[in-house]
Each structure stands twice: as structure tokens, then as C-alpha cells.
Design a protein around this ligand. Sequence first.
Ligand code: P6P
Length: 307
Amino acid sequence: MQNLQSYLEGAGAGDELIGVFGSLTESVRKISLAVRTADTGKIGTTNSYGEEQVAMDVFSNTILIEELKKNSQVGLVASEELPDEEKIGGGEYALAFDPLDGSSLVDVNFSVGTIIGIYKKKTFIGVKGDDQVAALIAVYGPRTTIFLTVKKGVAQFMLNLKGEFILMKDKIQVGEGSDASSGASKYFAPGNLRACASNLAYLDLVNYWIKEQYTLRYSGGMVPDINHILLKGKGVFAYPGYKDEPNGKLRLLFECAPMSLIMEQAGGAASDGKIRILEKKLENLEQRTPIFIGSKGEVQRCSNALK
Ligand code: P6P
């Protein structure tokens, strides 16, 4: 079974980037253990500063930051759990991440994940998702798995009992799903359904998927929901904006850009309803965006319905 190092070497990743992935996979191992064992409220541990950890996402953030500080290839980080981007070293790599996406789902034992975009930049302001050189998504479910891309396609690895990440699937492809007339072989993940109350175009789109008998797969966690599309090879995840939040809830830098790079590298698409997510320029770290991501035809359907 191929391991991560040999896969990355085969994909042409240099030693420096392979080293960054080493720090990330070590972090995923530790977060995976914490998610399975630590309390979801006060988790009864203290970080390196002696502060009691107050929440899983803070704990996960601390794990990532402490690992990345040890890596001389890393210079800059930005996290959903930090107030601003932070220079942590002299390296050329800049990492932006949501350390534990869906952390509010841990206490009900739903799957959650870590989302990481990797750049070679001195600041994140002004970047586009296309500037990413790599991305990693970790899924903490019954198994701990990761998707990664160095822009040579997408591969999935699973964490085994020996703590190794073993290649499970390479060249992951997202197509249009079965050509069966009914949607029964198709999947949809309609987020932010509350938007249907004010956005009738979204209501019509959701009704289309229902009438065409698409299968609902929505967990409330972006990582497991998109993991489902990547592994089934078809489907669409939607999270539109609405009157209260015209740009929706999901963050461009920490969630949507890494997810969109992985999806496009797997042959899918990701749009805000008008343009590719990966073309959107980051104006501020908080920036949110509507997102429609998955099978190309379905993403186009969303754009056509909502424009
Ligand atoms: P809603 C989790 O909190 C998250 O950030 C994403 O992982 C998920 O797709 C979305 O929010 C769920 O939002 O409105 O369904 O709770």
C-alpha cells in the first residue's frame, strides 16, 4: 500500500512541501484522537501556555499552530480561530485553515473535519483560491481520512492503527452521476434551507431536486457532506446567502477555497452562483461567500437557477 511520502514524491512535490504535509498529518492524528476522547465542552487539558482549553476548535487550532511552529518551511498562518493572520516563522509557506469545521457537531457525535489551504504568500489579503499550491481536508468519522491535492489530481488516505496514512483512492473523479432519467442515483446537500423563505429561486431549485427524486445527503458538516460527493463521484452541496446574510455563512479563505481546489482537481466545479470560487479575491479574512460545489452540471444548474 502506497504511503503519503511516496505519493507526494510521485506527484512531484518537493521536500519542503512534503515536510509541510508531515506537520499537517501529525496534527490530524492528534486532532483525531482529541475528537474521539476529549470532552466537547471544557476538555480538561491545558495548552502550552497553561490556559485551560475551552472548546474543541480552540484545542484543534492549538494543535495545528504548535505543529506548524516547529516547521521551518512555514512562515504565515491564518485560522478561523485567530483574530488575524500571524507570522510564526521564516518559511515560504502560508497556511489558512478551519481547524475543526462543524465543531458544534462533536457533542452529538456527527462527523467533523479540518480544512487547510496552502499558499506561497507573505499575506492572505488579495489572494485568490487559484493561488493555492495545495490543499488538505481531514474527515473525522468512523475512520479518519484525508483528501489532498498538490494540483495533480486528488487522492484519499486513511489513518491506520499504526498511525500511518495509507493510500485508499487516487485520481478521485466527480462526474455527473448515473445517466438514469430519474435523479434517484443523484445526491443533493441543500444547506441554508431557511433562505427558501426569502429566496424563491432557491426554493424552486430545492423543489426541482426533490421532484427529480434526488437523494438527500446533508449532515450539517461541510466536510462530511463534500466527502460524500468526492467518494460517490457525484452530487451537489449548496449554501446560498439570503436577506439576513447575503454572502451566506461559509468563509472564502478557510473553508470554500480549499474545498473548491479539491473539487476542481477532482473534475467537479465550485461557484458562488456567478464566478468560480477560486477566482474570488480575498478582501478580508472574514470574507464569506455563497457556494455551490460538486458535479459540474449541478453547479451550473444552481448558477442558472439563482442568477
Ligand atoms: P447550517 C458548520 O457549522 C458549518 O460551518 C459547515 O460545516 C456546514 O456546512 C454549515 O456550517 C452548516 O450550516 O446553517 O446548516 O447549520
